[in-house]
Structures are given as C-alpha cells and as structure tokens.
Design a binder for this molecule. Structure first.
Ligand code: URA
Length: 244
C-alpha cells in the first residue's frame, strides 16, 4: 500500500496532514527517510517509523464506551456534546462512529469504531444480535407483561415488535416502581421506551448492559472508554450469551 495511506489509516491524520508530516522528514521506511506519500510499503514486513519509533499498521479501531446521559450518539451536533467528544485528542479520528444509537438520556454500552462492515453485521435485523437493557420502570411490571413481550406485540402506533425476554429484578409495590432487564434483538427507534408505553408504563432510567455476548465493563466510569480486546470483539458478534 502507499505510505500516505498507511499513515492515514494508522491515525496520523488526513492525507493532507500526512503529506505535511512526510515533508518534515520524520518518517522512515526500513531506516531510510521517505518524503513521498506514493512510496509503496508492505504493512506486514516493512519497518515504518516516526522519529525512530516503529508504527504498527492498524486500519480498524474499536472502543467500548460507557455512555453517560446528556451526550448524543452522533458524530457531530450543533448544540449537544456527542459521544466522539468524549475521546481524547490521541484517540479521536474523523472516521469513528457509534454502532447504533442510544437516546440522549440512556446510559451504558456503546461501541465506537471505524469498521463499517462490523456495524452493518451488528445492526442488521437479520442477525438477531441481543441487546440487553436494565431499566427502572414507573409502574408494576407483571407476569402478563412478560408473556406479552415473549409473544411479540403491536406498539401504540401499530408497529410490531418481535419476541423479547423480560426479567423482573425487583418490584416496589408501595412506590409502584419496577426494576427489569429486557433482551431484544431489534433496534427500533426508542424501542424499549415504546414497548413499556404499550403496556401503560414509563421507563424512567435506561442502561444498555450487553450487545451480543459482550457486557459493559463496569470498571469503566460514566464517560470513560477503552479499546476492545480481540476476545471482546468476538464476543460482540456472538449471538448466544450463556451468562445471565
Ligand atoms: N430503547 C430506547 O428506548 N432507548 C434507547 O436508548 C435504547 C433502546
């Protein structure tokens, strides 16, 4: 591949920025200074270095973010802070985007990547990738709700949702509050909130815990992120989750 592509892919900026960098004479290939972006390099065998430090080729980047409330799942916005604004200058890249959306007031697991094919595979309704949520609900969730969610049903606007698994964690009868976990395989707009609206209840707090077999790392504070490990990347695309 071309040296300028190697550098741009690896996170050294746009083609224009890379050109500037090359002009400075700080990039070497096999210990020889290279200033021409058209120089061909083999990303597996050539030693590309910046000021003597070897650079490892990386095309795709994957991060797990613990999304806080108040931040929107977009790449840019005129008014609100976006999930990409949470990245440090070193990790920020213009081609990163969130895999799927969480509402502004939803917390939890969000994957950021520049791998469009992975995003497509995870979001395709045909793939049935689990999304598990924890929610606090205003209202008492019942066995009938569990049954109805299991069968699939129509939302208030007539749109239908497929079978999902609803688990009751706790019920506070006096306050009329329930804590639940819900596993859905679809990703309709405001889906969880609208599912509870359909049974005349209201989601007052929502957090995504899991995608595929990948759980949110609870060691990440709200707003923190870290790269996914290779194993976690596999878990993300693993549909069946044995842990519960
Ligand atoms: N369902 C919702 O209603 N909101 C989210 O953010 C995610 C799923």
């Amino acid at each position: 591949m071309r040296l300028d592509k190697f550098l741009a892919d690896t996170g050294w900026g746009s083609r224009k920025e890379v050109k500037k960098l090359l002009k400075q004479g700080v990039i070497t290939v096999n210990d020889l200074v290279k200033k021409d972006g058209k120089t061909q390099v083999d990303e597996n065998s050539d030693r590309v270095a910046y000021a003597g430090e070897i650079l490892h080729y990386q095309k795709y980047f994957y991060y797990m973010l613990h999304k806080p409330q108040g931040v929107i799942s977009a790449t840019e916005d005129k008014y609100d802070e976006t999930v990409l604004d949470l990245l440090s200058d070193e990790d920020f890249r213009e081609d990163l985007f969130p895999v799927g959306r969480l509402d502004k007031d939803t917390e939890g697991l969000l994957v950021l990547t520049n791998d469009g094919q992975l995003a497509h595979r995870l979001l395709s309704p045909k793939k049935h990738v689990d999304k598990e949520y924890f929610a606090r609900i205003s209202g008492v969730v019942t066995e009938e709700d569990i049954q109805m969610f299991k069968e699939g049903f129509a939302l208030k606007n007539g749109e239908t949702v497929k079978s999902s698994q609803l688990f009751i964690d706790s019920i506070d009868d006096s306050e009329k509050l329930s804590e639940i976990r819900l596993v859905i395989q679809e990703g309709k707009f405001h889906q969880v909130k609208r599912m509870f609206e359909a049974v005349d209840k209201k989601v007052v707090y929502l957090k995504r815990l899991r995608m595929g077999a990948l759980y949110l790392d609870e060691a990440l504070a709200l707003g923190e992120y870290r790269p996914l490990t290779e194993n976690e990347l596999i878990l993300l695309e693993t549909r069946v989750c044995l842990k519960r």
